[in-house]
Design a binder for this molecule. Structure first.
Ligand code: F0G
Length: 451
């Protein structure tokens, strides 16, 4: 059965090509911009290819009770909205998606917001949101007969790619910036059998090298310039809409690195809206780290029309990216939905991460930018108390345990970064203490805390 209904449309010049005709680097031959997957007929009010909203909502819910592997995936459960494969039976799945949506009570109280939630994409099989995109794009690679797949990564993409490649019997090549990715992520790529090359460069340098490689060798590129990645990564938008019974939250806040995820979620909500499954789109805001903030800067300087790359520095290594590939797509999502793009400092990220941890929802530093950003938006009067807000947490806390331990030991931040935040940080720190192996010594520790 041919389930495939898509074409690729250039985001810059609008040129349309068939999926298999894309260049190995997924850049438009006419203008060099990126492609978006497009489905014929979805923009029209009626038409043969236009799915029926009521039937879809019912079907997707039913599939949650199904024992079929494809139905148990939170990505392929929504396969009518990502018809990118010739045969859905080719999908490579690790039961990704269907991640929890948690209510954040303490943070909501502290911020004076009624309804605050965290959609925890770190609860995916390899511990990050990348799994939702990888199941989609790697399935396309397999269907098109590739033997090798590759990515440049700050860690999570490589972990996800290596796992999905291993499941499907493909070989995988990972390029990472030497010394600049968290150990948990590097260990995953090794565990899943990837060939891992640590380059003496940053993420942006790894991307440059890999682009040349895929233009010379028959290796399928799985960075997020690959538009099929975004088809998988749009599905959390469907899960969020479903969780709110097809009314959408007022505001979704997403971390920004290479800026594909915000683009994908925007596409997901836009398609739900176009197809009549929801009545409106949420505002979508993107938060970057201060040291890796090219899009936030561009919004200040020229309302997101032009972006100048920066040399990126942040301890939130997942988003240590100075020249994000999908910035134009993300800027459009932010503008179309009335969202904002802000940056937050290293101390603000560390505090927000510890606050989420103290609420039982550990996450990666890159994920915590969302809470730090929400605080700023609230201070600036851009989020009202009555709004329903969802933070997208992108990675699991165990991905970067060193960061967490260093925060609690007080060795993470420099004195200049801590300035003005000392009290807040001290109240959150829970360093492990060395105590004699006796009950009385342990109990004395508790008394000390109470005092
Ligand atoms: N959060 C985490 C945990 C990430 O790993 C990334 C990106 C992002 C946020 C930003 O998402 O790039 O779509 O804006 N990590 C990539 C990687 C770049 O290689 O793992 P984005």
């Amino acid at each position: 059965m041919n389930d495939n209904l898509h074409t690729l449309r250039c985001f810059g010049c609008g040129a349309r090509i068939a999926g298999p005709d894309a260049r190995p680097d997924f850049r438009c031959a006419e203008c060099g911009d990126l492609f978006e997957v497009e489905y014929a007929g979805w923009g029209q009010r009626q038409g043969l290819n236009r799915p029926n909203p009521g039937a879809l909502k019912w079907l997707w819910r039913e599939r949650r009770c199904s024992s079929e592997a494809l139905d148990q995936s939170g990505v392929w459960r929504f396969r009518e909205l990502l018809p990118i494969l010739d045969n859905f039976g080719d999908a490579v799945s690790l039961h990704e998606g269907n991640t929890p949506l948690y209510k954040l009570k303490r943070a909501a109280r502290a911020l004076g917001i009624d309804q605050l939630f965290a959609k925890h994409q770190g609860m995916n099989p390899t511990g990050s949101f990348k799994d939702t995109g990888m199941t989609a794009a790697l399935s396309v690679a397999r269907e098109r007969g590739f033997e090798w797949v590759a990515c440049a990564s700050t860690g999570n993409t490589s972990a996800a790619m290596a796992a999905y490649a291993a499941r499907s019997g493909l070989r995988s090549l990972v390029l990472i910036p030497e010394g600049k990715i968290a150990w948990g992520k590097l260990s995953q790529a090794m565990d899943y059998g990837a060939i891992t090359c640590q380059l003496k460069s940053d993420f942006d340098g790894c991307v440059r090298v890999l682009t040349q490689i895929v233009n010379e060798a028959p290796i399928y590129l799985l960075n997020s310039v690959n538009p099929y990645r975004l088809e998988g990564q749009k599905t959390p938008a469907f899960e969020i809409a479903e969780a709110f019974d097809w009314t959408v939250p007022d505001h979704l806040i997403v971390p920004g690195g290479n800026l594909a995820n915000s683009s994908a979620l925007g596409k997901g909500f836009r398609e739900l809206h176009e197809l009549g499954l929801v009545a409106r789109m949420p505002r979508i805001s993107v938060i970057q780290a201060e040291g890796a903030n090219p899009l936030a800067r561009s919004f200040v300087e020229n309302n997101g029309e032009q972006m100048k790359p920066v040399e990126a520095h942040t301890r939130a290594t997942a988003i240590r990216i100075g020249n994000p590939a999908s910035w134009r797509k993300a800027a459009r999502v932010i503008k179309d939905t009335g969202g904002w793009c802000l940056d937050v400092s290293e101390a603000e990220i560390a505090i927000a991460k510890a606050e989420l941890g103290a609420e039982g929802l550990g996450c990666e530093p890159a994920s915590a930018v969302t809470l730090a950003g929400l605080k700023k938006l609230r201070e600036q009067g851009k989020v009202a108390a009555s709004e329903t807000v969802v933070l997208l947490l992108t990675g699991h806390t165990l991905k970067d345990a060193d960061y967490t331990i260093n925060f609690h030991r007080g060795t993470l931040l420099g004195d200049d970064e801590v300035a003005g935040h000392q009290q807040k940080i001290a109240a959150l720190q829970r360093n492990a203490v060395a105590v004699d192996a006796t009950p009385s010594a342990v109990l004395a520790t508790l008394k000390g805390l109470a005092g």
